[in-house]
Each structure stands twice: as C-alpha cells, then as structure tokens.
Ligand binder design. Structure first.
Ligand code: PHE
Length: 341
C-alpha cells in the first residue's frame, strides 16, 4: 500500500491538463467516490492496526496533494484563457476620422493654376532663401533701390553676397531664364517675405503667383489678352479690366491691372471705395536688361511678366477682411471654405 500511495503521489505531481474536460477527468480518476484515492481509503479498513497511524497520515497527505494539484491546474487554465483573449475587437466599426479642409489660399492657387494651365503655362518653383542676384540685381534693380532696404527685405547674411528671404517670386523667373532657352511659359507660385508690421492689411509673409512668357514677337497685346482671359475665368465673364501705367525695375512698359468691382458691378461701393475698380496685379514687358542679364538675346526675344498676391485675389473672391486669418490655423475659418473646395 505504501508503494501504491507513493506511486500515486508522483503521478499526481506530474499531471497536466489542457482543458476543463481534462481537469474533470482527473478529478473523477483520483478524487471521486469510486476514484483511486477513495479506493485506497476503503482498503485502509483492512490495514493492520499497528500500520494505521502511518498509513492514515500518508493517505491524508495524498488526498490533499491531489486536491491542491487539481486547484492549480484549474487556475492555470483560467489564466491562460484570460491572456489569450484578444485586446482588439475586430468586429467594432472604425472610428470615423473627420476630413480636413483645403486652405482658401490653396483653393485659389489651384484655380489660378488651372486657368494659366489651360493657356499652356507650367509651374516653376524655387528657393525661399535667395541671393541678391536672383531677387534684385538680375532684375534691373539699381543698387540704391528702396526695395533692397532693410525695411522691406529680411537679410540673412550681408557678407559674401547678400543672402535674403525672397520678396517676390520673380527670382524663380530669373532662375528659369538662366537655365532654359525660350520659349518659356511659366507661373511661379510661392511664399514671399517683406519686413512689414503685421496688421489686418499687411503681413510679413504672403503668397504670390508670378507669370512669365518669353518667345519671339511677344507683344503687350498678348499680355493684355492673357490677363483678360484670366480675369474673366477667375471673376466671371462680365469682368472688365483696366491697365494703368506703373513702374517696376524689371518691366518696361509697366502697368497695374484693375478689374471692375465684382461686388457692385462697377457702380461704386464701399469695397472699391466708390471707384468701381479694384487693383489685382502688376505686369509689363520684360525689360531687355533683364533678358540680357539672364543670357537671353533681347533682339531676338521679348516677353511679358505679371505678378499677383494670392491673398489679394482670395480677399476679392471671398472677402476675407483680416489677412491674419490666413495664417492663424483656426479650423472654424477653414470650414467656411468647405463648399468652395
Ligand atoms: N514682382 C512684382 C511684385 O512683387 C510683381 C510683378 C511681376 C510686376 C512681374 C510686374 C511684372 O510686386
């Protein structure tokens, strides 16, 4: 009997179970009324009196060892089930992500791209940190021109040739002319910087789209037709344009273009200050000095250029009253343009 008890003890310590059914089988085999341990208890009645004490103790130990082992097996099964339970519920619907909206400046910029794209203009881009040559000198700015002054331009370094933040994207036009032979037909979008106090009507940075067309026999009439087409596409087919003489160092002749006020239809209102016209861009025929500075023969080629502020066009289209709204990243402002997207 001693051997039998020791054998069972070893057996019980080595028991393993992978499921609740297996645990139950073990219980029945060892601990039920007809189980092995109960059987031994029955046999115990026939044990000689002098062995009863020792065997009784061993049997009790065996029974509690079996009960304990069974509890251990149950517990480890339960914790296994817990840890294998997946944290992710794959049947749940995904959390809806709210869509962002396009920035009004991007909406208008894309519209400008489309209009000029239809006329064969392609997009050219260049660096925002520029040198004096590409922003000023190549564009026929006299050395003492006020635009070079510290008040307008953010200089980064004044040694080893001035390094500065571009004040217009005309610098991309010079870079393209230096690289590419005519015909050139590009628009140059991008951010530009001017050292101005920030207010509702001015900011130290804004966005431009400038255009350049260089080929043989390009005339002022071509420029005017191109800009008329743009104005009508952008502001509606009834839009009129007006060119006023102006001055830019890099164009000759130069002009500023107004469009008929599309708010009052040209009758005069608070928006156009009673004039019926609003200014939208600067333009002109590229000065021969600029062509020559970029290595283009000014006797063979001529061209026109124009430049506009995207903020200005956006204000005219959507009447944004405060320039600062464009860079404040307030989603409530952006959501006002949901419909225009
Ligand atoms: N570069 C000018 C500006 O920034 C705009 C312009 C471009 C005017 C081309 C004429 C021709 O104000």
């Amino acid at each position: 009997m001693i051997n039998k008890i020791n054998g069972l003890l070893q057996e019980i310590q080595a028991l393993k179970a992978n499921s609740a059914e297996e645990v139950e089988k073990i219980r029945i085999k060892y601990l039920s009324k007809k189980g092995e341990i109960s059987q031994l208890m029955n046999d115990f009645r026939n044990v000689p009196a002098e062995q009863k004490r020792e065997l009784g103790q061993m049997l009790n130990q065996l029974k509690s060892a079996a009960t304990e082992r069974l509890a251990q097996l149950k517990e480890s099964l339960a914790s296994q089930a817990e840890s294998s339970k997946s944290e992710i519920d794959l049947t749940r619907t995904a959390t809806p992500m709210p869509f962002g909206t396009r920035h009004p400046l991007s909406i208008v910029k894309n519209e400008i791209f489309e209009i000029f794209g239809a006329m064969g203009f392609t997009i050219a881009e260049g660096p925002e940190i520029e040198d004096d040559w590409h922003v000023f000198s190549s564009l026929n700015f006299p050395p003492d021109h006020p635009a070079r002054d510290m008040q307008d331009t953010f200089f980064i370094s004044r040694s080893a040739g001035d390094i500065l933040l571009r004040t217009h994207t005309s610098s991309v036009q010079t870079r393209t002319m230096e690289r590419q032979r005519p015909p050139i037909r590009i628009i140059c979008p991008g951010r530009v910087y001017r050292n101005e106090a920030i207010s509702a009507r001015a900011h130290c940075f804004f966005h431009q789209v400038e255009g350049l067309y260089i080929d043989r026999n390009v005339s002022f009439a071509d420029l005017k037709q191109c800009l008329l087409y743009f104005a009508r596409e952008m502001f509606g087919p009834d839009t009129k344009i007006r060119l006023r003489p102006s001055y830019f160092p890099f164009t000759e002749p130069s002009a500023e273009m107004d469009i008929s006020c599309h708010i009052c239809g040209g009758k005069g209102c608070a928006f156009c200050k009673g004039t019926g016209w609003v200014e939208i861009l600067g333009c002109g025929m590229v000065d021969p000095n600029v062509l020559e500075a970029c290595g283009i023969d000014s006797k063979e080629f001529s061209g026109y250029a124009f430049g506009m502020g995207i903020e200005r066009i956006t204000n005219l289209k959507y009447r944004v009253k405060d320039l600062r709204l464009f860079s404040e990243n307030d989603v409530r402002f952006l959501h006002e343009f949901d419909a225009a997207r």
